[in-house]
Design a protein around this ligand. Structure first.
Ligand code: GUN
Ligand code: FE
Length: 442
């Protein structure tokens, strides 16, 4: 069934919603209605009156489960092609796979199809908003923004900036970076569903002048700023060699104006106590990337402890160090890694960091991530006034039983657990953004 864009729409299915306090609300049958602009006008487990629903084109997915559209807060578009390859420590992995791959995006015949494929893959996994690093070429960034627009995803995209310690093909200069950023901001910032993100790759690959420029531009234009922090022990050591005057990795960014309340800091596994205090004071967000941290053997972020301290947190796939673009896979990975962390903390005599429940992980992938980019009032849950961004899941795909046989464990929380732990590549069947179908399987 297709829907006419620009018409009042609706959906009737089982639904799992987020509440503001981070809990899940389960509805075996609920109705969502939206207006022609994609704004939700009705959400309830009670069916609306005939009058109320009249004039809406309603999708019926009664055997399926609808979730608020998933939000990925940290990933790398040009790296998707080599996801799953070359697991080794961060710095050699960057040299061996990442830098050569990102250089390939100078070629339009690489950048074009791969950008389109990346956004379509996000949609096919139920992701409706993505915050991504691009490669370093302005031409490839233009291609990526155009591809994002054509696929209809909400996309926060950043030209990845480096002006030292990387192959020559990836280098920019502060002057060149400023020119490129201003041109992209002018064209894509707040232009429909796209936003520009100021993106110094990480301190090792940026001079003081480039970092200071990033702080300035992100503040002047009120954009997000994304970078990596404290992911790997060798990376931390290198960083402090390049910035010997800084007391910590966090201070490197702070002293260049890069820590503010629109800053997304990828990883943050090994942050010290004073650093966490500083990041909290600045209102910056630490983005947890558990699959990536596992794949590169970087460590396990004590999510629950950081959360208890009041740090703002996010969750991201970090492809290609993370090997999947699925935020549902990331929620699974988050719960599994948290259990390991709790086990080793407890047995190592460290103050225990409680594990992260599936409920917490799903909250983080939806409303939590929306709040982390200042969009909690519009995205991340079903409520009147918010955007109709929806992932519809056919959980029968995740079942061991086939055909008419009904699984005995059929309560909605059990169905959700199956979706997350028995992931099936085809389980997301329809993705809607602003009430428009942007992905439909088969
Ligand atoms: N640190 C600097 N660049 C990268 C990257 O591309 N991926 C990851 N995981 N960490 C980084
Ligand atoms: Fe990353």
């Amino acid at each position: 069934m297709t829907m006419q864009p620009g018409k009042n729409g609706g959906l009737i299915s089982a639904m799992i919603n987020q509440t503001a306090d981070g809990r899940l609300a389960y509805f075996d049958r609920a109705c969502l209605l939206w207006d022609e602009k994609g704004k939700i006008t009705y959400f309830s487990g009670e069916m609306p009156s005939v009058d109320r629903i009249a004039g809406h084109e309603v999708l019926l997915r009664e055997n399926m489960i609808a979730l608020p559209g998933l939000i990925d807060l940290h990933t790398h578009l040009p790296q998707y092609e080599f996801a799953g390859l070359g697991a080794e420590a961060l710095l050699p992995w960057l040299e061996k796979y990442t830098f050569p791959q990102e250089a390939r995006f100078a070629d339009e015949s690489v950048a074009q199809p791969q950008s389109l494929n990346f956004f379509q893959s996000c949609l096919s996994q139920g992701t409706t908003t993505v915050v991504a690093y691009l490669s370093s070429q302005r031409s490839a960034a233009e291609i990526a923004f155009a591809a994002a627009v054509s696929t209809g995803l909400r996309a926060y995209l950043g030209l990845t900036l480096m002006d030292r310690n990387v192959p020559a093909a990836l280098l920019t200069t502060p002057k060149g970076a400023e020119k490129d950023m201003l041109a992209l901001i002018d064209r894509y910032q707040g232009n429909g569903k796209t936003e520009f993100v100021v993106t110094p790759r990480f301190a090792i690959s940026c001079t003081s002048a480039l970092l200071a420029l990033c702080g300035e531009v992100s503040r002047a234009h009120k954009t997000l700023l994304q970078t990596h922090i404290s992911e790997n022990l060798a990376e931390i050591e290198e960083t402090l060699k390049f910035f010997p005057q800084a007391k910590s990795y966090s201070e490197v960014y702070d002293s260049h104006g890069c820590l503010h309340d629109r800053t997304l800091l990828g990883h943050g596994i090994h942050l010290g106590e004073a650093e966490r205090k500083l990041i909290k004071e600045r209102g910056s967000v630490v983005v947890h990337c558990p699959a990536s941290n596992n794949f590169l053997g970087s460590g396990i972020m004590p999510y629950a402890r950081w959360q208890a301290e009041g740090l703002r947190l996010g969750l991201g796939t970090d492809v290609a160090a993370g090997y999947s673009l699925s935020m549902l896979n990331e929620t699974k990975q988050m719960t599994e890694m948290a259990k390991l962390r709790e086990y080793f903390d407890t047995h190592g005599g460290v103050r225990s960091a409680a594990g992260a429940s599936l409920e917490t992980a799903l909250y983080q992938a939806t409303l939590g991530n929306a709040a982390a980019i200042g969009r909690g009032h519009e995205l991340g849950s079903f409520a009147a006034g918010k955007r109709a961004d929806i992932a519809v899941i056919d959980d029968a795909k995740c079942d061991t039983l086939e055909g008419e046989e009904r699984n005995h464990y059929a309560a909605l929380p059990e169905r959700l657990a199956r979706v997350i732990y028995r992931h099936h590549p085809e389980m997301v069947v329809t993705t809607l953004i602003d009430g428009e179908i942007v992905f439909a399987r088969g």
